[in-house]
Design a protein. Structure first.
Length: 72
């Protein structure tokens, strides 16, 4: 899996960082930075949560060429 972020949507709420601090870093007044673009399957659950709870739906996970935006 691969994480895709739409930086036009990201508003720096840092929910993703709270859910998966190993994968996402959000500076105080900035936009998300993906630390691990292709997380291991161990991290799937927390990354899924981050995608689900991002208030602006800026995050999505790409799996096998398909885009899936959790929380729809
Ligand atoms: S939770 Fe969403 S809006 Fe907030 S920093 Fe992460 S990607 Fe950006």
């Amino acid at each position: 899996m691969r994480i895709v972020v739409d930086l036009d949507l990201c508003q720096g709420h840092a929910v993703c960082q709270a859910e998966a601090p190993d994968v996402f870093a959000v500076p105080k007044r900035g936009k998300v930075e993906i630390l691990i673009e292709s997380p291991s399957s161990d991290q799937r659950a927390v990354v899924d949560d981050a995608v689900t709870y991002c208030p602006t739906r800026a995050l999505s996970i790409v799996d096998d060429g398909k885009s899936e935006n959790k929380g729809e």
